[in-house]
Every structure is written in C-alpha cells, then in structure tokens.
Design a protein around this ligand. Structure first.
Ligand code: 5GP
Length: 195
C-alpha cells in the first residue's frame, strides 16, 4: 500500500535495527485519513470471507481496526491488556509477551462479544515476533469461533512472527512489509515483479 509506505518513509523513525517508531500517525498521534484508507484496503482484501467481527488489541490496533470494521459493517472488539472492573463475567484470557515492552501481558475479551458462530478478522498495528497475533488466535479459539484472516498494518519481515503466524495456516495480509531497518534506513520488501 503505497500511501502507507510513503508515510513510513516520510515520518517513521528507526530507533534500532529492530524497532520502528511511527508515533506521528499510528502509535500516538493518529492520522484519520490514512486510517480510513487502511480500513478500505483490509476490507477489500477480506470482503469475501464472511467476517462478522473484527478483533484487535488495545490501544494501537483500535484505529485501523475500527476503520476496517466500519468498511465491513461489523463491530470491532478490542482485547484489553489490563483487568477492567466492568469486564468480569465470561472472560477469555491469553498470555502475550510484548516485544517492545519486554513484559508479559494477559489479554482478555468478554465471551459475550465473540461467540461460536463468529468469523473473526484479526487486525494489529505491527507483526514482529507474532506473540500478539497468536494470543488473539488463542482467544478466538477459546470462544469457539473461526479466524477468518489476519490483517497487519506493518510487518517486520526480518523477524519470526510472519513465519510463525503463517504456519497456523491462516491468511495473513500485511500492508507494508519491512525487509530491514539496518543503517537507520527503512527498506521495504521488494514486491513480486508484475508480469
Ligand atoms: P509481536 O507480538 O508480533 O512480537 O509484536 C506485536 C506488537 O508489538 C504490536 O502490537 C506492536 O504494538 C508492538 N511492536 C512490535 N514491533 C514494533 C515496532 O517496531 N514498533 C512499534 N511501534 N511497535 C512494535
């Protein structure tokens, strides 16, 4: 998705060989127009999958997730990372190790909002080591629902997550795939030559 790649090129800050900061449009300040386009792109890619819910993790997955849900005309559910007083009954939980924060979080959803007849599209901001995506898959399975696919805004293709998550057999669509962050430069994966 060229719009997103151009935004990453213009505003992304390479913090190290493994971490990209995109605080100006995705992880802190949010660019609503870009989010609308991201939502349209995911909806286009997954429109034939009979999706009934979009599921993401707070907080950075919510903006792209809600725009995707808007386009697909289904609700968005976001997994919580902290215990909530109002989230008490029928809770499903999974443990997720955070790549950026180097800590383990328990993510939770209420079973009420993902039920066994749901077909769920998972959306997240980044795919690094795949732990967040695997945690979301686990929650959907615990709910007895189906994973209809996984949409990632930025995949760091040089980390293990892409392989790990694709090995589950689910379709993974990433809007920008980064090959390397070496020498302070964002290098995108070459798109397959079009014939
Ligand atoms: P994973 O579970 O795939 O290792 O990491 C996914 C989560 O870690 C994402 O939801 C995202 O919040 C965070 N993350 C991983 N890598 C990066 C990165 O390079 N930059 C930012 N801003 N967040 C990242």
């Amino acid at each position: 998705m060229d719009l997103l790649k151009n935004k990453i090129k213009a505003e992304g800050v390479v913090l190290s060989e493994t971490v990209l900061k995109v605080d100006s449009f995705l992880n802190h300040q949010v660019d609503p127009e870009l989010m609308v386009e991201i939502g349209k792109e995911f909806a286009q890619r997954f429109k034939d999958q009979g999706i009934t819910k979009v599921l993401t993790i707070e907080s950075s997955g919510i903006a792209p997730g809600v725009m995707t849900a808007l386009q697909l005309e289904v609700p968005l559910v976001f997994a919580r990372k902290k215990k909530s007083l109002t989230l008490s009954e029928g809770i499903l939980s999974s443990k997720v190790y955070s790549f950026t924060k180097k800590e383990e979080n328990t993510i939770s959803i209420s079973h009420k909002y993902i039920q066994n007849d749901d077909r769920v599209l998972l959306i997240d901001d980044f795919l690094a080591n795949g732990q967040a995506a695997l945690g979301l898959i686990d929650l959907v399975k615990q709910a007895g629902a189906e994973v209809a696919g996984i949409g990632i805004v930025i995949e760091k293709a040089f980390q293990d997550g892409g392989k790990l998550v694709r090995e589950t057999g689910y379709r993974v669509e990433s809007l920008a795939e980064i090959q390397s962050l070496e020498n302070g430069q964002v290098q995108f994966k070459q798109e397959e030559a079009k014939v």
